[in-house]
Design a protein around this ligand. Structure first.
Ligand SMILES: [Zn+2]
Length: 341
């Protein structure tokens, strides 16, 4: 009788650095994926096919037709039904490899639920679309000593790095959170190509396979960046920042909730997002949004646009009011999509 591992993973076990021992470890391992958009869907697909033991998938969004160009796990039926991505991912991944325990959770990762949702997994994978959530993951990972893999892509460009708390630089070593103020380009304003998200997800999962199979000496330890349009590939070895807020001074301000933008109800059926104080260039924002949303207007003090059924009003100090919902998760999601974090 053929062993179940031989049946499914023979080609992977033939790969000498992994072998049967590596596959057994991988098949007994668990990871949590935060965000199941383009990078997340591709990473989940690869991990489940490779035979990870358990995969928890967190996502706050639902499938839309505009996702299908790059989000390889979803189909037209998911978009027609506007299924939550966590639900569609769990369903579709079960059809791919029913031996893997996939748990899709429809949730927005916040300081309040981070410990509950992230603890117990050997690895955290980045599939998010905003730095607020990445800094939250980084706080949790450094505090608990959990490895995580940073991954991001926009337009034709992307980057990824494996973060081993206590051994490598962390995300805050690379990016001071105050340095992320101002307009950030997002997939919803300047677009994104399928090839870059699949490439970054592939690099992310290759590192995940090493970590989950116990092949830590094979981790490359580099911040890898590439642009599939220009063909520019680069990798550097980041050093720990001796002044790092998180991994040196152990200030977990995102995890404690102190760095979260406050979201409050604002009149009937509206939510106000008090973003970290920053100065927005409304004209630049208007130009950027013109092709992706309707009826963008601005008067120098505020900018307003429609994302039916919602209307968003953004102020020069970074504050925004979203009309049409009382759900803070919806407000945060749309703010991250259209304004950037
Ligand atoms: Zn650090």
């Amino acid at each position: 009788m053929i062993h179940p591992l031989d049946l499914k993973y023979s080609r992977q076990m033939l790969f000498e650095p992994l072998g049967r021992d590596g596959q057994e470890r991988l098949s007994a391992s668990s990871a949590v994926l935060v965000g199941c958009g383009a990078i997340g869907a591709s990473a989940a697909n690869l991990l489940v096919r490779a035979g990870i033991g358990r995969l928890r998938i967190l996502d706050r969004d639902f499938v839309e037709p505009s996702n299908l160009q790059r989000q390889s796990l979803f189909n037209e039926s998911d978009a027609r039904e506007a299924l939550p991505k966590a639900v569609a991912a769990e369903r579709n991944l079960h059809l791919i490899n029913s031996d893997v325990q996939v748990e899709g959770i429809v949730a927005d990762l916040t300081p309040r639920n981070a410990v509950e949702l992230l603890q117990g997994s050997a690895l955290i994978l980045d599939g998010t679309d905003n730095f607020e959530t990445r800094f939250l993951i980084n706080d949790f990972a450094v505090k608990t000593g959990t490895p995580w893999i940073y991954a991001a892509a926009v337009a034709s460009y992307g980057l990824t790095m494996t973060i081993l708390p206590g051994k490598t630089a962390c995300l805050a070593c690379l990016l001071d959170s105050s340095g992320t103020s101002g307009l950030e380009e997002t997939c919803d304003t300047i677009g994104v190509l399928g090839p870059i998200v699949n490439l970054i997800a592939s690099l992310e999962v290759a590192e995940a396979l090493k970590l989950l199979s116990g092949r830590l000496s094979s981790l490359h330890g580099r911040l890898f960046s590439c642009d599939v349009w220009s063909g520019r590939f680069q990798s550097v070895h980041p050093e720990v920042n001796p002044q790092c807020r998180v991994c040196v001074h152990h200030q977990f301000s995102y995890l404690s909730g102190n760095a979260l933008p406050h979201i409050t109800m604002c009149g009937r059926d509206s939510v106000q997002i008090h973003e970290r104080s920053r100065s927005l260039d409304l004209k630049a924002l208007q130009d950027r949004l013109a092709s992706s949303v309707s009826e963008v207007r601005q008067n120098g003090f505020l900018l307003r646009f429609l994302i039916p059924p919602y209307e968003m009003t953004v102020f020069t100090d970074g504050r925004a009011i979203l009309k049409g919902t009382k759900d803070p998760a919806v407000a945060r999601s749309l703010y991250a999509k259209y304004i950037g974090m």
